[in-house]
Design a protein. Structure first.
Length: 382
């Protein structure tokens, strides 16, 4: 069984082994983002090259409430909210997966969704099963029972990643945070990653889905790893000046007390909410009792980190934490209640000319109880 061994009382990750089938040394992170300061505010125009607003169709078959996930795959948008609702890139509703019940092709509660190729995977943590649907049509394909309820599960073609977090599994499956098993025999754990000393902490790390698997972010160590059917690989490491790194004694005390540090001052930690496009990686950090957000430019190797974004007009949605990405852009979802409230307070602003006129018209036309607007951002290189 392959494992990663982590020293949690240190803010730096120490690895003993994480060699997947490709024998990649996980100490080699694919990207290193150097953050030397956190800007209080950056201008919208400094980050955004252009943006396209996609108004999601509202009809009786797909009424979207609170959104749990937004995914993009196969040039389609998938909104997880009381089911899974699929839209094309023009916002037209294509289909919904919302068959609730206890039948083989039904679910009671959606814990998480991921998409790999033409397969859509839905984990029902109430019934402890992984449902597989056709990502292009929503047609039911298969149901995979799991040994028992787990924190999350992610399908990967003929394999599955089980996130056990602080929930026990069968003794034979060990106590590591993630286990990789064949879909045909989920009890047959082939690999496992991150021992319980890492994930038993009150906030042991978060996961984000991408096209080939998941990205696991270590909360204190500010490192991220990809988990795919090929195994585990170092993905992103954030580097900071020593003055911004949490001291070892603060981390040790937080772990022993099972609570977040109350004396973080101007230290930076708390990596979460990673989203990726072809050229950029974005995420969120905790810094000086507030959130900070970063954008890493893969092409140039530069990073910007900031606490807020200043827009010129009310209709310009300030991007802070992105929810997902594709090869060329990053996406955020904005609900009608927030848009209507913003419009009531700040008005509609000045009507722009050119390509932004359509965005302005969508912003102005959004009505209460409409389905959300998805903003598709194309970022500037820096």
């Amino acid at each position: 069984m392959k494992k990663i061994f982590l020293g949690v009382v240190s803010v730096f990750l120490f690895l003993c082994s994480c060699s997947g089938p490709n024998n990649k040394d996980a100490r080699d992170f694919l990207y290193h983002a150097n953050i030397t300061k956190v800007e209080d505010s950056v201008a919208w125009d400094d980050l955004i090259d252009s943006v396209t607003y996609i108004k999601l169709e509202t009809n009786d078959k797909c009424k979207i409430g609170e959104v749990d996930q937004l995914l993009v795959a196969n040039e389609r948008l998938y909104v997880v909210s009381n089911g899974i609702h699929c839209f094309d890139m023009e916002g037209n509703h294509l289909f919904s997966v919302n068959q609730r019940g206890r039948a083989k092709n039904e679910y009671v509660k959606i814990r998480n969704v991921n998409i790999v190729g033409d397969r859509l995977y839905l984990y029902d943590n109430h019934l402890a099963k992984e449902l597989i649907f056709d990502a292009n049509t929503g047609a039911y394909i298969d149901c995979i029972p799991l040994p028992r309820e787990v924190a999350a599960a992610y399908g990967l073609d003929d394999k599955i990643i089980i996130d056990r977090k602080d929930l026990p599994l069968e003794e034979s499956m060990g106590d590591d945070r993630f286990v990789l098993s064949p879909l045909s025999d989920v009890r047959n754990t082939s690999e496992s990653y991150f021992p319980e000393e890492e994930h038993k902490f009150v906030i042991g790390g978060t996961t984000s889905v991408f096209s080939h698997g998941i990205i696991y972010s270590s909360y204190f160590n500010c490192t991220a790893w990809t988990l795919t059917d090929a195994g585990c690989a170092g993905y992103l490491k954030l580097d900071f000046p020593s003055s911004m790194i949490l001291p070892e004694n603060v981390v040790s005390r937080a772990i022993n007390d099972k609570q977040l540090p109350d004396d973080a001052d101007d230290y930076i930690y708390g990596l979460a909410n990673i989203a990726e496009s072809g050229d950029f990686i974005t995420g969120r950090l905790s810094y000086a009792d507030k959130f900070a957000y970063f954008i890493y430019d893969k092409r140039n190797g530069n990073t910007r980190c900031y606490s807020s974004v200043t827009e010129k007009e009310p209709w310009q949605f300030a991007p802070l934490s992105f929810q997902c990405g594709d090869d060329v852009s990053l996406f955020c979802l904005h609900g009608s209640d927030g848009i209507v409230l913003t419009r009531d307070i700040f008005g509609t602003g000045t009507a722009p000319s050119g390509r932004n006129l359509r965005n302005y018209e969508i912003y102005c036309s959004e009505a209460e109880f409409d389905n959300p607007i998805v903003a598709r951002f194309y970022l500037k290189h820096f």
